[in-house]
Structures are given as C-alpha cells and as structure tokens.
Ligand binder design. Structure first.
Ligand code: SF4
Ligand code: SF4
Ligand code: FES
Length: 931
C-alpha cells in the first residue's frame, strides 16, 4: 500500500484510489462538488484543490485537483496550506457569483453540501458587485422542483442523468457563464431514476416537490432505517416524518442492495402512508351495511370472537412482514393459510424460489450485478418490475469500458477518460421480451417473442452452451442463439435475468436452464429472478410451496370446512376478477380485514381493523435475492391503528393460544418464526434485537439539530410530554443517544460535524465509497450457488398466432402497476389510463388505430356477458405478433389473466383517454417533449 504525506503526516492508503478518496477515507475534510463515489472524477469544479510537492525540497508546490490525482508512494501534499485554502475559497466564491444566496427560503437549506463547503473553505464575503444571471425555471413534472439560479455548474446532474442512468432529456445547454441544466422545453423528466437528482445535486436546484409543497426543515425530520415496499428489490430507505406524515424518502446506503440510488417509485411512492384512504379506527359492519367505529379493545373482542370457534382461514400478503404473516398462519393453521398471491402468480413465485434454491448459479446482489460482463434478460421488463436492478444493469454494460481502461492502466475513477476511450462500446446485453423495454438503448440485441418462444429461445441457448442439439427454431433465431450463447460462454461473470413479470413458468425455467448450462461449463454464472412484491419471496419461504391458493380456500368455505376469513394487508380485488373475489368473500360467513387502506376488500369486511404501514411498524421483508431486512417505525401509529402483528398477537393472547404465551416482543415473533420455519432460520440475523444498545445508549431517530418539539403541540399544551419509549427496537424517539459505528441495519440518518448534507455518508463508511463501518444491513437466506442444478425442462411448443385469437401478455408500468405507490399524489399524476398494445399488423387486422378502444372478450365461450375489459389501443410495432400487451394494475384490467387466450374487437364510440404523446409513463405533463 502506498504511503503518502499530507500536511507533514504520513498515511498508508489504498492503492488505485485518488487523493480525494484517500483523504475522505482517512477522515480528512477535503471539500468537493463534482466527484461522486458512484460516478468517479472529472475534475470539473476545482473545489478539491490541494498543493502537491515534487519532493521534500520543493517549497512552492503546484495546485492539483485531489479527485484527479492518483495516490503514489512517497507523494507529498498539503491540504491546509494557505495556497490550497485560498484557491478553494476563491473557487467557491466564483461558483457562487450568480447564486441567489436564498438559503433561508431554500428547500435544501440546512442540508446543503454547498453551504457546508462554503463554511469549510472559509468563504465569507462576496466581492462581486455586478448583476447576477437569472434563469427561468422549468416545470419538470410533479416530482421534482427546479430552481436553476442556485446552480454552481458542477455537472453532477447531467453526468448522473445521462451517463449513469441513461436519460436523454436533461442536458447542459448554452455556454460561457450562461450554462443551463434542464430540458429543452418544460416537461416531465423521463428517466425512471430522475428523483436521484434531488440527492446528487449539491445545492437546491433539484428538490423534492412534495417536500417543497408541504415543507419541513430537513433537520426537523424524524427518521428510521426502513426498506422500500415498492417492489422486491428491497432498497434501503430513510423516510423522514414530521406531524405524523412522511415528508420525503431519502436513500439509505447499502453497498449490496441499492448503493446510492433509488428509483422514482420508491422515492416518491410512500405518499400512501399519508393518504386520506388510511383507516384510523376499527369498523364493524352493522345491519344497514355501514360501519360502526370501535376502539381497539372492542375491536379485539370482536376479532377474538370471530376467530375463537375455529374454521378460520387466513390470506396473508406479499406486502406484509414475515412476522405478521407468520402469526396469521399460526392463528389459522398451516393448511388454512394462503400466502395471498393470485392463483396465476403463486406457482410463478414458488418456482422462482425453487429455481434459485436448486440452481448452481450465484444469486447476485446489486454490486455483483454491476460486475456482470455479459447479460441475458429473458422475458422480464426489469425496469418496470424491479427498477433498481435495471440501473445496475446499465452499469454492467460499462465493464467493456473498464476492460479497455485496464489495458491502458487507467484507474476506474477516471470517468471522463474512460467514457472517451470506450465511446459506444459496451459489454453484451441481450434481451428477449414480448415488446420493447427501457433498457433497449444499451442492448446489443433485443428480440420480440411470445412467452413460449422466449422459453424456447432460452432452452436453445442453454443447449448450445452445453453442446447439445435443440428443438427447431426459425433460421433467424438460430444465428441469435449462437451469438448469445457465445457471448455468455465467453464471459467471466455472465448473468441471466428473468422473473415472474411475463407470467410464464416456462420462461423462468429456461432462465435457470441457461444459468446452469453455464455453470456446467465451469463458468461462475449468476441468476437473478424478479418477483412481484416486497415480501413475495418471504411468503414463498414461509409456506414452502404447496400452500392453498385463493380458489382452494373458496372451495373449502363452500363445503362448510371454513366459515371465517382473515385477510392481512391485501386488496384481493387486485388478485382476481371482481366476480372471483366476490365469490371467494361471499363463501365465508364473516370476513375480517386488517389493512391500512380503505380499499375494495376492506369495504367488503364484516370487521375492518386499521393496520399500521411500514413506516409505523417493525417488520422483516425478504427481497428477491433472499435478503431478510428489518424496517423500523419512523413514527408511532395514530388513533387506533396498530401494526398487524400487534393485532394478531393480542388476539392470540386473548384466545389464550399456547403459541402466544412466550411472545412478548416483536423479536420473539421473529425468533419463533425462525425456529418453526427452517427456510427462514436466518431472519434473526437481519438486525440486532431490541436489547441492543450502542455503547450503552439507544440510537436516536432525531438529529441533535431537531427543533420545535414543544411547538408542534403547543396548541394542545405548552408542556412537552415525555417522548414515547420504543420497547421494540434499539432506536429512540428522541435526540438522545449515539448515531455512530452501530450495525448498518440501525442507521437512521447520516450527519457529521461540518457535513450536514447526505455527503456526510463517507463518515459512516469503512472507506469513501465502501461499505458501512457497521457492516451491510440484512441477512441472506438463500445458500447461493450450492444447488444441484435445474431439473430437466419441458420445452413448450412454438407459439402460433391463431386467426381471431390473441394471447394476453402483461406489460408492467413503474407507475401504477403496483398497489401502493400510485396513492402518492405526485406519482398519481403520472399513472396513465389502462391500455392494450398490439403490433401494427395486428392493429390493421383489427381495424383499429392508436387511441381507439378494443374490447377484450373470453375466447371460445358462449357466455352472453363475456367481455373482460375495454381498453385504449396502443400500436407498438415491437409487440410480438399474436400477443396483446395489457397494462398490469392500471384501471380497467382487473379481469385479465396473464397468458389467457382472448378475442379482440373494436369498441365503437370509444373516447380517447390518454394524451396525444404516448410511449412513456411520463409523457403526461405539459409539453412533455424529448430533447
Ligand atoms: S444543477 Fe446541481 S448538479 Fe447540476 S450542475 Fe448545477 S449544481 Fe451541479
Ligand atoms: S427498485 Fe423497488 S425497492 Fe428499490 S426504490 Fe424502486 S421500488 Fe423501491
Ligand atoms: S471534486 Fe475535484 S474537481 Fe470537482
């Protein structure tokens, strides 16, 4: 390891890093703006200037940029000398010539990297007396606010947006001292990852619009370590609360799950916690069909009375915690517990789990996904189902560039040099999907096929890799099979990505087959399978496959075996057609629903109990890679809301159930679940239990800058009550305690002296850009890469488009396809009307054009009322012929089942619903033009 000298002191540093990284890792405060640990260096802002001396005799030295200077053995630097300090001070002053100095009214104020760096360099007096440039701000959509005058031209935003996230509609425009960072014209930012600009921009140009509109000073936010419930990736988050509302969500760094970035569904999709549809009080349906409000004691008695006689079934939820599901399963018995998937989804999720358990391939975390040097995506539109994985895949295609850089001995942080060197050369990424995907721009090739043909293609690739013959494919596909097989087999770290998104078990099986074929050749292949919801995999692990589905419970109820149904945090009307769910609920004498939201299922309940959201409750969720992660309450639930596990445990205790007698705390349930379910044995390692203390004290949810605690309730009393004590976790609802060096799972915020913005993260990392000092949060439950390989796979017959028949294929949308995020007002503006996509040839056959209506009817049925849906047509020439893509989760598609064969016909008198510009979820704002 090289030894360098900084201000007369010798330090041993990591080889291959730059001086800025080395200084930050050593705990030395060197200011910076344009460097970012995930994006490397470009040397644009000149803020990290230091003086480098040639040798011990050199007294003058020369100014160099820390972020562009490799550390070499014997190098001598000065950070604190007048020359370096003066230079940095003048840089901040010049960067701020046009800055409005509007800190008191700026949404970034108090958590602003520019403020911190200004103080750090000692800049105080402005000398410039000229006129400042002022810019017109743009409308960038309902999620992000733009205040261009605050820009310091560090270029971080465009580097992130264009180079890192692959966006095209944000750019640096104009020149000289008029550089403008924005869109060519007003309009919604198109990238699914645009929200990260809020954290990437070191000043207040891009800010979170929902926070700006309902403002709270950032240091007054109470926060706790949390996990995003937007999809199965399990990104770590820091929701911030004030006045019982979630005001914003920030990224919580986890080197193996989400790094520095979230997707916009996760960042802006937690508004459902504040939604008007949240239940506050239990309700008991009276004889008029209306609900009488109960207090929680009365509600508990009714719950106990409903469950006591037995004959109770439970429907769990892939969006509820392992613990709540485990308790419900214990309450109703294993044989009467359905995990809460739709009947179509259950076999898919169970298969995804089994394939990962059996595969010889590694189940990768996000850092490993970024290291892949050849990727095949089979059937999954991963940007819309597990968005953060797509951002990682965008980085994986850069491995070609890093290989080229390594040949020239260029360090990996030399961002601009490496991009210039590689230009458009990328590592191979192949996609086989039913239609276009947002990753197509970085794909080597994308092939449109029906799901069965995607599975056939996968099987053929696996056979080719294994040197076996394979079923006949079209001539054109054979060349592609050979090219893909060669790219994967020739790679060091090939990755196969698939998932439940296209609704086909054959596609999932084919993906595992390819991964195992690669492993059979001695290659360290990876297999990443996306599942739909935050705890889908946890549900599959809990039930172990073979659990009853919704249809089976309905049959048992109809035959009189069951008479009471308890539904846990699950809107069943999203899991089947209205008729199916009406029949299911109607088969039971009474239906108890525990949910936070007033949805169609809650409205069908005999007894409805208000459940706390993820932000008000402890819970463990198991992500798609089998990582158990603990989320903690950010604030306590109001009124009669209780976490589902609290309702269920209290009910079991009321019933004097033996299993409940030893359960007193949340951790006891975690331990009981781990003991009862071998596949979940590892969940106790997800985070320390509630006894943990950090050097003898709790970990505070409030920073010591938190203010106004008395004022918040001064309308009630000027006496501040004692802060509530959290009996269930090592965290405190106060400023008292220690937020330093604790286990990574317990990090509620980042802050360090002089570092008030999120850039203080490096103070919590083992080294700048490295893992947290306290270790990476979460516990992996899958024994990755230890399986015996997938069983023999049945290759489906080729898909044949029949005249007058279409196969329904799911088309997922980042905004609206999931249940919760669209309840956030900002995201709701971006959810489009339901649609159905057909290719141009099929549209012509059907006699429809873009914006027309199409009636979807059951094929081959004589039923009078066989209409399943009427949806707006999108003509998408990339859609596989004979397939009709329907928008999962959007309005009007409830009766549609993946891969069902249907008839389509033009709906007369249809009024166009979507705006003229179609093609992106975000083209709904004013003037949504692309640059
Ligand atoms: S908008 Fe923000 S990130 Fe972009 S150049 Fe300006 S200060 Fe830097
Ligand atoms: S990728 Fe999934 S888990 Fe991560 S922020 Fe987005 S929605 Fe949340
Ligand atoms: S951080 Fe080094 S030049 Fe910007």
């Amino acid at each position: 390891m090289p030894v360098i000298q900084v201000d007369g002191q010798e330090y041993e540093v990591e080889a291959g890093v730059n001086l800025l990284e080395a200084c930050l890792s050593l705990g030395l405060d060197l200011p910076y703006f344009c460097w970012h640990p995930a994006m490397g260096s470009i040397g644009a802002c000149r803020q990290c200037a230091v003086v480098q001396y040639q040798n011990a005799e050199d007294e003058r030295g020369r100014i160099v940029m820390g972020c562009m200077t490799p550390v070499t053995d014997g190098a001598i630097f000065s950070l604190s000398g007048d020359k370096a300090q003066g230079f940095r001070q003048s840089i901040v002053e010049s960067l701020m010539l046009n800055h409005p100095h509007d800190c008191p009214v700026c949404a970034e104020g108090g958590e602003c990297h520019l403020q911190d760096m200004t103080v750090m360099v000692g800049h105080r007096d402005r000398h410039y007396r000229g006129r400042k440039n002022t810019h017109r701000n743009q409308y960038l959509g309902p999620l992000i606010n733009h205040e261009m005058n605050r820009c310091i031209t560090c270029y971080r935003c465009t580097r992130y947006y264009r180079d890192y996230a692959g966006g095209t509609d944000l750019a640096a425009m104009a020149s000289h001292d008029h550089v403008y960072f924005g869109r060519q014209s007003d309009g919604v930012l198109q990238s699914e990852f645009a929200g990260n600009l809020v954290e990437v921009c070191p000043t207040g140009v891009f800010t979170d619009k929902s926070l700006v509109h309902d403002y709270t000073r950032k240091w007054d936010l109470q926060s706790a370590p949390s996990v995003c419930v937007g999809c199965a990736v399990g990104c770590n988050t820091l929701p911030g609360e004030r006045y019982g509302k979630i005001k914003r969500v920030h990224n919580r760094f986890n080197a193996e799950v989400n790094g520095y970035f979230l997707c916009d569904r996760g960042r802006f999709g937690a508004g459902f916690v504040n939604a008007g549809q949240r239940l506050l009080y239990p309700g008991l349906r009276n004889i008029d069909g209306r609900y009488d409000a109960l207090n929680h004691h009365e509600a508990l008695r009714h719950l106990e009375r409903a469950c006591a006689p037995g004959k109770v079934a439970g429907i769990g939820s892939p969006r509820a915690s392992v613990e709540a599901n485990f308790l419900l399963r214990t309450l109703v018995g294993e044989e009467n517990f359905a995990p809460g998937f739709s009947d179509a989804e259950q076999p898919l999720v169970e298969l995804a789990l089994r394939l990962q358990q059996e595969s010889r391939a590694l189940v990768p975390d996000i850092a490993t996904i970024e290291s892949a040097d050849a990727v095949l995506i089979l059937g999954e539109d991963i940007t819309n189902t597990a968005p953060r994985i797509a951002l990682a895949l965008r980085q994986s295609v850069r491995n070609k560039a890093y290989e080229m850089a390594a040949e020239l001995r260029l360090e990996t942080w030399q961002d601009a040099a490496i991009r210039n060197l590689a230009q458009d050369q990328r590592s191979p990424l192949y996609i086989a999907s039913v239609a276009d995907t947002p990753l197509d721009d970085v794909a080597t090739d994308r092939i449109s096929l029906a799901p069965d043909d995607i599975a056939r293609l996968g099987s053929a690739i696996a056979a080719d890799i294994a040197g076996q013959s394979y079923a006949d494919l079209e001539q054109s596909l054979q060349a592609q099979v050979e090219a893909i097989a060669a790219a994967l087999a020739g790679a060091q770290r090939p990755l196969i990505v698939s998932g439940t998104g296209c609704g086909s078990t054959a596609v999932l099986a084919a993906a595992a087959q390819v991964a195992d074929a690669l492993c059979g050749n001695g290659v360290h292949a990876m297999l990443a399978l996306a599942v739909p919801e935050a705890n889908s995999l946890g549900q599959a692990l809990l039930t172990g496959g073979g659990a009853p589905g919704l249809a089976q419970l309905q049959q048992q109820a109809a035959s009189g075996e069951l008479d009471t149904l308890v539904v846990l945090e699950n809107d069943l009307y999203r899991r089947g057609s209205a008729r199916q769910i009406d029949d299911l609920l109607g088969a039971f004498k009474q239906v108890v629903v525990l949910d936070g939201l007033d949805n169609q299922t809650t409205s069908s309940a005999t007894l409805a109990l208000p459940a706390a959201s993820f932000a008000e409750s402890n819970g463990i969720l198991v992500s798609m890679e089998g990582r158990a992660q603990h989320h903690y309450p950010v604030f306590l639930p109001q009124a009669e809301r209780r976490p589902s596990w609290v309702w269920l445990l209290a009910c079991m205790k009321e019933m004097q159930r033996e299993e409940a007698q030893t359960l007193h705390h949340f951790d006891d349930i975690t331990r009981a679940c781990a003991a009862a379910i071998p596949a979940l044995a590892g969940i106790t390692a997800a985070a320390p239990d509630h006894h943990f203390r950090n050097v003898g004290v709790r970990i505070p949810r409030q920073t010591h800058r938190y203010s106004g605690r008395t004022a918040m309730r001064a309308d009630i009393s000027v006496h501040e009550p004692k802060q509530p004590v959290d009996e269930e976790s090592p965290l405190a609802f106060s400023m008292e305690g220690l937020n330093r060096d604790q286990p990574g799972a317990l990090l509620p915020y980042v802050w360090a002296p002089g570092w008030n913005s999120n850039q203080s993260l490096h103070k919590f990392q083992a080294e700048a850009g490295g893992p947290l000092k306290g270790g990476t949060a979460g516990a992996r439950l899958l024994q990755s890469g230890t399986g015996a390989g997938s069983q023999s796979v049945t290759v489906p017959a080729p898909f044949k488009a029949e005249p007058g028949r279409w196969q329904l294929v799911p088309r997922q949308r980042i905004f609206g396809s999931d249940e919760l995020s669209a309840l956030s007002p900002g995201l709701a503006e971006l959810v489009q009307p339901g649609f159905i996509e057909v290719c141009a040839t099929d549209a012509q056959l059907l006699g429809v054009a873009e914006g027309d209506g199409l009636m979807v009817t059951m094929a081959a049925t004589m039923a009078v009322d066989n209409t399943l849906a009427t949806l707006e047509v999108r003509v998408n020439d990339t859609m596989a012929a004979g397939c009709a893509g329907y928008s999962v989760g959007l309005a009007g598609v409830q009766n549609l089942t993946p891969l069902a064969t249907v008839s389509l016909s033009r709906a007369e008198g249809w009024q166009r619903r979507s705006p003229e510009l179609i093609g992106s979820d975000r083209d709904t704002g004013p003037g949504g033009t692309h640059v």
